[in-house]
Write a protein that binds this ligand. Structure first.
Ligand SMILES: *Cc1c(COP(=O)(O)O)cnc(C)c1O
Length: 229
């Protein structure tokens, strides 16, 4: 068995174990294999081993690699998007996890409509307040959801966050829990054009905590592919 196949087995087993602990159904979870820095052949190997969703964080890199992919796979943009790159998104990606400002969403909506596409978007929230992190503040979330929900060509499907970079599980857990609370509030608010179905949180070093706190999309790179080059 190749290292990637082995790693995928292990990651899936850990996801299942975390679901059992949390009393959750593994079918609620989407594993997104984060393929940034990985060459096309490696991505194709992962797809051959059952990966159905991949995540890239940079438009330039995605433009070089994704058109080469033959296998069908759902594509997620997980990194920051600048307005001037939005025009590349509709042909490359099905989902964008990193909407944190109205201006980018408006431009993306314009580009999606021009290409007759509908793009699924998540609002990226900076729950930890770390200034190094992108994302709207929790206080801005309702307004942003309301405004982005009105943009034709986009479908708001949930929220995304990145936990603080720390080994302290309590701090990581607190930030996931805050995002889940915000998610629940927005769900109850029932905002037009917004369906709160997905919580994108959890990476290689914290996905089990994320599952325990309600994640539905896991973005996992190095636990599958090994350290990035
Ligand atoms: C790189 C990246 C990941 C995956 O990180 P790993 O630690 O390799 O699992 C997840 N989310 C985002 C936004 C990333 O840029």
């Amino acid at each position: 068995m190749t290292p990637i196949a082995q790693n995928l087995l292990e990651v899936r087993a850990r996801i299942e174990a975390a679901c059992r602990r949390a009393g959750r159904d593994v079918a609620e979870l989407t594993l997104i294999a984060v393929t940034k820095t990985q060459p096309v052949a490696v991505i194709e190997e992962a797809i051959a081993h059952g990966v159905g969703h991949i995540g890239e964080n940079r438009i330039q890199e995605a433009r070089e690699k994704l058109p080469e992919l033959d296998a069908p796979v759902t594509r997620h943009l997980i990194g920051t998007l600048q307005s001037n790159k939005a025009r590349f998104v509709p042909e490359l990606f099905d989902w964008v996890h990193s909407i944190d400002r109205l201006s980018v969403a408006q431009e993306l909506g314009r580009r999606a409509r021009a290409q007759d596409r509908e793009i699924n978007v998540l609002l990226q929230i900076n729950v930890s307040g770390e200034t190094t992190k992108h994302g709207a503040s929790p206080d801005e979330a309702t307004d942003l959801a309301t405004q982005v929900g009105q943009i034709e060509g986009l479908r708001v499907r949930g929220l995304m966050t990145m936990a603080p970079f720390t080994d302290e599980v309590a701090i990581i857990r607190r930030s996931f829990r805050k995002l889940k609370m915000l998610f629940d509030e927005l769900q109850v608010a029932d905002i037009p054009g917004v369906t709160m179905e997905h919580l994108s949180m959890g990476m290689s070093h914290d996905f089990e905590v994320a599952i325990e706190e309600g994640a539905t999309m896991l973005r996992i790179g190095s636990a599958i592919f090994g350290p990035r080059r």
